[in-house]
Design a protein around this ligand. Structure first.
Ligand SMILES: Cc1cc2nc3c(=O)[nH]c(=O)nc-3n(C[C@H](O)[C@H](O)[C@H](O)COP(=O)(O)OP(=O)(O)OC[C@H]3O[C@@H](n4cnc5c(N)ncnc54)[C@H](O)[C@@H]3O)c2cc1C
Length: 250
C-alpha cells in the first residue's frame, strides 16, 4: 500500500523516526513490522531499495504509523529515506511478524533492548499503557552513549506514571558522552556497563520478581540477541519463555 511521509523527527543522536499516512485503514499488533521500499535509490545500495522496519508506533496512537531507525552514511537506502521530502509516497507491505504482545499475557514480561531494538518495545509498552491491559512490563535498555537513547523522556515519564511499567537503562561508554557538559562527558545517573547475568539477576531481585515466572523478550542486533540468549541459558530460563527478534544489518 502507499505510505505518504508526513513527518521526520530526530529521536536521538543518529536516530530518526519517519511518520506515514497510510493509503487505507488496517489493523496491526504491537511489535509487528512492515517492508518499506523507497521509490528510487538516490544513493547506491547493494542491499537494494527494501528493508524491514518495526512499527514503533502503537495501534492505540491512531492512523499515522511510525518507523524508527539509525540513519547511517554507509547505507544508501537510509540516506535516500532520510532525504525524502515530506509529502513523498513510498511503498509499504505489511503488517507482518509474530513478535507481538498478546493482551492476555498478564504475567511479568521482561523486555531487553539493545540500541534500536527498542522499537517493538516502545509499541508494546505504549499499547499496554493505553489499553490498561494490566500487563507488568520491566524494560532493560542498553545503549553505548546516553545521547543515543531513543524515546528517553517518554519512557521515563511512563515509568513515573504507570504502576505496571518499570524501566532500567544502562550505557556502556558513558565516558565518551559529549551531551550537556561543555567539557565533554555527562553526569549519567543510570546503570553503566553491558547487560550481563549479574545485572539481570540484580534487577530482577530489586523488582521482586522470580525468574521462573518471567517471559523474556530480546531485541537488537544479532550479536546482542545471541549474547542475551546465552545469558538466558545461564539463568536457566526455559526456551519457551524467551522471545527473540534480531535486526540483521546492525
Ligand atoms: C523483523 C525486523 C524488524 C526490523 N526493525 C527495524 C527497526 O525497527 N529499525 C531499524 O533500524 N532496523 C530494523 N530492522 C533491520 C533493518 O531491516 C536493516 O537491516 C538495518 O536497519 C540495517 O540497515 P542497512 O542495511 O541500511 O545498513 P546499516 O547498518 O544502516 O549500514 C549500512 C552498511 O554500513 C555498515 N556499517 C554500519 N555501521 C557502520 C559503522 N559504524 N562503521 C562502518 N560501517 C558501518 C554496515 O556493515 C552495513 O553494511 C529490522 C529487521 C527485521 C528482520
Amino acid at each position: 500500500m502507499k505510505l505518504k511521509l508526513v513527518e521526520k523527527r530526530k529521536e536521538a543522536q543518529g536516530t530518526k523516526s519517519f511518520f506515514f499516512e497510510t493509503e487505507k485503514d488496517f489493523d496491526y499488533l504491537p511489535g509487528q513490522y512492515f517492508y518499506i521500499t523507497v521509490p528510487k535509490l538516490k544513493y547506491k545500495d547493494t542491499r537494494g531499495a527494501t528493508r524491514h522496519f518495526t512499527l514503533s508506533s502503537s495501534p492505540t496512537e491512531g492512523k499515522i504509523i511510525r518507523i524508527t531507525t539509525r540513519v547511517r552514511k554507509e547505507s544508501g537506502f537510509k540516506q535516500t529515506l532520510n532525504e525524502l521530502a515530506v509529502g513523498t509516497e513510498i511503498e509499504g507491505e505489511g503488517p507482518e511478524g509474530t513478535f507481538v504482545l498478546d493482551e492476555k499475557e498478564k504475567g511479568p514480561q521482561v523486555m531487553i533492548a539493545g540500541g534500536i531494538g527498542i522499537t517493538p518495545f516502545r509499541s508494546m509498552i505504549k499499547y499496554a499503557i493505553d489499553k490498561n491491559t494490566g500487563t507488568q512490563i520491566h524494560l532493560i535498555y542498553s545503549n553505548s552513549l546516553p545521547e543515543q537513547i531513543s524515546f528517553q523522556k517518554e519512557l521515563e515519564n511512563w515509568a513515573k506514571e504507570a504502576d505496571n511499567f518499570k524501566l532500567s537503562m544502562t550505557v556502556t561508554r558513558p565516558e565518551e558522552s559529549t551531551r550537556n557538559l561543555p567539557t565533554g562527558g555527562q553526569e549519567w545517573n543510570g546503570l553503566t556497563g553491558r547487560i550481563d547475568e549479574q545485572m539481570i539477576k540484580k534487577l530482577i531481585e530489586n523488582w521482586k520478581l522470580k525468574i521462573g515466572n518471567l517471559t523474556f523478550w530480546l531485541c537488537g542486533s544479532p550479536v546482542i540477541v545471541d549474547a542475551m540468549e546465552k545469558i538466558m541459558g545461564q539463568l536457566d530460563v526455559s526456551a519457551g519463555r524467551v522471545r527473540s527478534e534480531k535486526f540483521p544489518g546492525y
